[in-house]
Design a protein around this ligand. Structure first.
Ligand SMILES: Cc1cc2nc3c(=O)[nH]c(=O)nc-3n(C[C@H](O)[C@H](O)[C@H](O)COP(=O)(O)O)c2cc1C
Ligand code: SF4
Length: 634
């Protein structure tokens, strides 16, 4: 009915204006041509078969597509409140833009957050704060077997490939990292000339596609790896097991972004969607993974080797821990990516519903390493919506040693959260391979922004640590972070979660942890056991007899777990807690809230260094447009 009315109305209007133009003044031709064009559009809309809304509402239906197109901008500019934008709210974006421009990001008049709402978290400051540190806190990546340890910043650029990022974005981040003395992780798309351009410290990542280190069949090539890993810029190597936004999917680079240059860097056909397989061909079991770590360490000349994953099955994490113990080999670092992590392209189902959120995954991984007596050998990194000093400090309290940030770094080089990264049409040139778009991204200017954002954010983290009366991140305790659990009650992280004591798993833990530890098999990746898989601790769900005898060889604590030289993996710590490797554990007594510390020079103890000591003046500037809580222009 409406369709016919529109068509008839336009036909009459066209006829009338054409007649008026023929018989009257020539100016009638303007509306006549306009109505004629609209009539043609209406006929096309009414006869096409793809869009029902256009068939039913010719011409008018286009309004729907137009409004849908500009909806994100309307939402962002007119509707969104300062604290509810997604994935990053205006306050978070504003802070990054502000710091990237060199302002501290101070605001006036007090918090807009509801401080009595369940979920609200706050730090417990000291009556006697320490002076802010002059030097940036650094974290040593390099366990007992590492020959070339690397002192990492508390905040580094998380993995993003050339391919998902434009050449200018990679260059700007590389420049920023070089200026600021922190690390840029390459992403799984390979180590390219752009990562080497400004001489930044690099964490070289590869995933299951082995891009940049693969043979003609797509398998890992040790000789190529040996050569590249020994480049002086490569400070550490990271094996990507999974990514929070799409765990279990491997990597996806849409064909529109696979230019000749990217195809050459990765060794794949130009223009075709480039997929890294879901799992690795270089290893298929936890034990093989750990042996692969040892092999990479040897091939690289003893550089720190780690792996990155989004936590999934606790049984699998514990199986990896058992493999480390049995092989006597551990990675130097592990990076936990949260399910809320970013991506250039991934199915919505995966982004929204697969993978453990960062806090839960981080605590799980920290507990697994502590409980199996391995924590002091391995530094724990984390990624997932980290933008501020507050984020850094709270994740350290939750178990991390250092942080990685991807999307905040993208914002520092100009990302405005238009969320079109997968279309090759990024309006600010960050995630596009179209030179007409990425040439707008000025490498020098944006590189300096990355450096400023990093410096001011890490300085703010250092200041917050001092405010809590600590001189070093290692002194932070879980009592210092509290969460409102109801409108009238709050509790600290010490009591909010279960925390395993060093080596506790060897002693037989009641409930979920103990059952999963018993079940974990270093020769098998297996997501769970029938009816028993849960994350949080709880009483046994089924009778013990359900676990097959073959899978129970670890039951009874450390009896079955030995290092290759025959030593039992569990020994007594000074606190009396059973630990792996005996003397290596510092034996923090239960409930102190202190994480095991590294031994300087041999294990991964966090270090003070004199890098990046630039003191930041109190540079609150009235020109800083973000002070009004307006994200301003990136
Ligand atoms: C555009 C883009 C590309 C990414 N590419 C990779 C990659 O190649 N390898 C990887 O391990 N993670 C990749 N990630 C994930 C990030 O490294 C990071 O783990 C995740 O986004 C969480 O950090 P964020 O919340 O600070 O963005 C990518 C993320 C984005 C946004
Ligand atoms: S501006 Fe939009 S398309 Fe570009 S990087 Fe940011 S979110 Fe992606």
């Amino acid at each position: 009915m409406v369709r016919h009315l529109i068509l008839a109305g336009l036909a009459v209007a066209t006829l009338a204006t054409v007649l008026a133009a023929v018989l009257g003044p020539w100016g009638w031709w303007f509306p006549a041509i306009a109505f004629l064009l609209l009539l043609l559009v209406a006929v096309r809309d009414a006869t096409q078969r793809k869009h029902s809304v256009l068939r039913n509402f010719p011409v008018l239906g286009h309004m729907r597509f137009f409004l849908e197109k500009i909806r994100p901008e309307i939402q962002q500019y007119f509707i969104e409140r300062n604290y509810d934008g997604k994935p990053f709210d205006r306050d978070q974006r504003s802070l990054v833009y502000s710091r990237a421009k060199g302002f501290k990001g101070d605001k006036a008049f007090g918090t807009e957050l509801n401080v009595n709402e369940p979920g609200y978290e706050y730090f417990v400051q000291s009556v006697a704060p320490k002076p802010a540190p002059e030097d940036e806190h650094r974290v040593r990546l390099g366990g007992p077997d590492c020959l070339q340890p690397y002192d990492a910043s508390l905040l580094n650029i998380s993995a993003m490939s050339f391919g998902s990022l434009s050449k200018n974005a990679v260059l700007a981040m590389n420049k920023g990292a070089a200026l600021g003395g922190f690390a840029q992780e390459t992403g799984e798309g390979g180590l390219t000339e752009y990562h080497l351009a400004h001489g930044a410290d690099l964490i070289w990542e590869f995933g299951s596609g082995y891009f940049g280190t693969r043979d003609e069949h797509g398998n890992f090539d040790p000789e190529v790896f040996r050569e590249k890993s020994r480049l002086p810029q490569v400070k550490a190597i990271n094996i990507k097991l999974s990514q929070g936004a799409k765990p279990g999917l491997g990597g996806v680079l849409p064909g529109s972004k696979v230019t000749a240059e990217i195809a050459a860097a990765r060794g794949v056909p130009e223009g075709q969607t480039c997929i890294s397989p879901a799992s690795h061909s270089a290893f298929t079991t936890p034990r093989e993974l750990i042996r692969f770590v040892a092999r990479l360490r040897e091939l690289s000349g003893g550089k720190p080797i780690g792996f990155k994953l989004c936590v999934g099955s606790r049984v699998e994490i514990l199986a990896i821990c058992k493999a480390m113990i049995e092989e006597g080999v551990s990675p130097d670092f592990i990076i936990v990516d949260g399910g809320e992590g970013g991506t250039g392209a991934a199915p919505l189902e995966y982004q929204d519903h697969v993978g453990t959120p960062l806090v839960e995954g981080l605590i799980l991984m920290h507990n697994a390493l502590v409980g199996s007596g391995l924590r002091e050998r391995i530094k724990l990194g984390c990624a997932g919506k980290i933008t501020s000093g507050h984020d850094i400090v709270r994740h350290i309290i939750q178990g991390a040693d250092f942080c990685m940030s991807a999307r905040a770094m993208m914002m520092a080089v100009g990302c405005i959260q238009a969320q079109a990264c997968h279309t090759n049409k990024c309006p600010v040139g960050v995630t596009t391979q179209d030179p007409r778009l990425y040439r707008a991204l000025d490498v020098t200017d944006k590189g300096e922004r990355v450096e400023r954002y990093h410096r001011l954010t890490v300085a703010e983290a250092g200041q917050m640590i001092s405010t809590m009366g600590c001189e070093h991140p290692e002194e932070l305790t879980r009592e210092m972070l509290r969460r409102k659990v109801t409108a009238t009650q709050s509790t600290s992280y010490e009591t909010l979660y279960q925390w395993l004591r060093p080596g506790e798993l060897f002693g037989g833990v009641e409930g979920g942890w103990g059952e999963d530890w018993d079940y974990a098999d270093p020769d098998r990746f297996s997501a769970g056991h029938p009816g028993k898989y849960v994350f949080h601790d709880r009483g046994p769900l089924t009778p013990a007899g359900v676990i097959p005898e073959a899978d129970r060889r670890y039951a009874g604590g450390a009896a079955g777990v030995r290092f290759p030289d025959g030593r039992p993996a569990a020994a007594s710590s000074p606190s009396g807690a059973p630990v792996a490797g005996g003397s290596r554990e510092n034996g923090s007594p239960a409930g102190t809230g202190k994480r095991p510390e590294g031994e300087p020079g041999t294990t991964a103890g966090a270090q003070h260094t004199t890098r990046d000591p630039v003191p930041e003046p109190d540079n609150v500037d009235p020109r800083d447009d973000s002070r009004s809580r307006n994200p301003g222009m990136a």
